[in-house]
Design a protein around this ligand. Structure first.
Ligand SMILES: [Zn+2]
Length: 513
């Protein structure tokens, strides 16, 4: 397709609100076979192994053959610096379990340690999960697929200069910045049990990105995301927060999700949607306290898919591994329009799914602390906020920044040389809002039996500063001309494996404590 056509489509892609699902979608799925080998530390709830379990389920259910399976190309330092501060990225690149004792001051400054530990291969882990999300955004921009999936992504807490809540780099922000090169408006929806604070903060002062987060609120990490937090400056009313309480079930959740998202889609008319599918909102999560089933969680995917707008599906939290794999496998099926069987097929991780060996889970009998009255109040308030939005704000399109070139290889394809160009670095990211860092304390208690953990989280603090930002003057997206747009096939190039063991020795710019 010529890119003049893509331009028209990108701008004019306002689908009918709550339109019928228009059938089969072309899906790109990002997966790196190494991802399951990264290990935060003993007793840490975040286990990248869950992506390997998800992938194994997808393979056994026969879903991989229905989509394009891509190995992400690692995001490079310059790509990460589109959002993150250079000194922070440089620190992530150089810090190792062996040298961390020499850099105590920087560990503290960047909030690395404790809940965001230094582990072997930390930087290549970040490169991999960010590479998948950015790559997915590029695929959507060029209309190579309708839905892109990166279950390793969705690490929504990371800040410009700070790790937070198991997240080091914010792949969601990086992917949205990529999508903004082609789309006037990007909608971010977050169904993780935790507030999507890092993404909200990055785009708090702009109307180019609308963020909507459904999360547990009150004495819970990260402490932000009250219903009154709606954005600042040009971004006022372009951030929505739906604060929920323990035990919310499928019906209560959808009684908010659907009317709110239907109205957001109708009024905001995004060119593309990013859905963070954190699975810690499922019933029985080790850290979560909601009571959603896989079907209830996946209903959000089904609903957002029904608008027929390009969709980026990302992972996020999720700490009961078998349920994470169940959820993301089922949601991949929803993306593909395939209803997967409830009986989990025999595969290498089958023992996780006993004693029933089913994909779906029953809700628990926990109390739903979200009363009907409270839900009605929240819905009314949020819908009222949406009604204050002008319909579909538009921007003056200027010169489009170059693409982040994220080549990736089909999993079984590794003979082509990586021929990536150096993307220019002229995307100015200083517009991203500076805030007082959240103050979060987290204690991890070593599990006594089968990964059981308890965490105590202090309410984080965030201060907004309305004076700091104006995103508008600094974002210059335009759509590609045919001449400058790379051919799709040139994106398929060999991926050089990053060897985490070959990190540079003592970095010069690290300070000794
Ligand atoms: Zn979470």
């Amino acid at each position: 397709m010529c890119h003049a056509e893509s331009r028209k489509i990108a701008i004019g892609s306002n689908s009918l609100p709550s339109g019928a699902d228009m059938g089969n979608k072309k899906v790109c799925y990002y997966y790196d076979p190494e991802i399951g080998n990264y290990y935060y530390e003993q007793g840490h709830p975040m286990k990248p192994h869950r992506m390997r379990m998800t992938h194994a389920l997808l393979a056994q259910y026969g879903l991989l053959q229905h989509m394009t399976v891509l190995k992400p190309s690692p995001a490079q330092e310059k790509d990460l610096c589109k959002f993150h501060a250079e000194d922070y990225v440089s620190f992530l690149r150089r810090i190792t379990p062996d040298n961390q004792q020499d850099h105590l001051r920087q560990l503290k400054r960047f909030n690395v340690g404790d809940d965001c530990p230094v582990f072997d291969g930390l930087y290549s882990f970040c490169q991999t999960y960010a590479g998948g999300s950015i790559g997915g955004a590029v695929k959507l921009n060029y209309e190579h697929c309708d839905i892109a999936i990166n279950w390793a992504g969705g690490l929504h807490h990371a800040k410009k200069c700070e790790a937070s809540g198991f997240c080091y780099v914010n792949d969601v922000v990086l992917a949205i910045l990529e999508l903004l090169k082609f789309h006037e408006r990007v909608l971010y929806v977050d169904i993780d049990i935790h507030h999507g604070d890092g993404v909200e903060e990055a785009f708090y002062a702009t109307d180019r990105v609308m963020t909507v987060s459904f999360h547990k609120f009150g004495e819970y990490f990260p402490g932000t995301g009250g219903i009154e937090d709606i954005g600042v400056g040009k971004g006022k009313y372009y951030a929505l927060n739906v604060p929920l309480d323990d035990g919310i079930d499928d019906e209560s959740y959808q009684s908010l999700f659907k009317p709110i998202m239907r109205k957001v889609m109708e009024v905001y008319r995004p060119g593309t949607v990013v859905l963070q599918c954190g699975a810690d909102s499922l019933s029985g999560d080790w850290l979560g306290s909601f009571n959603l089933t896989v079907k209830g969680h996946a209903e959000c995917v089904r609903f957002m898919k029904s608008f027929n707008v390009p969709l980026l599906l990302l992972g996020g939290g999720g700490y009961t591994l078998r349920n994470v794999a169940r959820c993301w496998c089922y949601e991949t099926g929803v993306a593909l329009g395939v209803e997967v069987d409830d009986k989990v097929p025999e595969h290498e991780y089958i023992e996780y799914f006993g004693p029933d060996y089913t994909l779906h889970l029953a809700p628990s009998n926990m109390k739903n602390k979200n009363s009907r009255e409270k839900l009605d109040r929240i819905r009314a308030k949020v819908l009222d906020n949406i009604s204050r939005l002008p319909h579909a704000p538009s921007v003056q399109f200027q010169e489009r920044p170059p693409d982040t070139e994220i080549p990736e290889a089909d999993e079984d394809e590794d003979d082509n040389k990586d021929e990536r160009k150096d993307p220019d670095d002229d995307v100015n990211v200083d517009y991203l809002r500076e805030t007082t860092p959240s103050r979060v304390k987290m204690e991890i208690i070593e599990p006594d039996a089968k990964d059981e953990i308890e965490m105590e989280l202090d309410k984080g603090v965030r201060e907004t500063d309305e004076s700091l930002n104006d995103i508008e003057c600094l974002m210059n997206p335009t759509l590609p001309t045919e001449a400058e747009a790379p051919a799709s096939e040139s994106l398929h190039t060999h991926v050089e494996e990053e060897n985490s063991k070959n990190l540079p020795e003592q970095p010069e710019d690290m300070q000794h404590d």
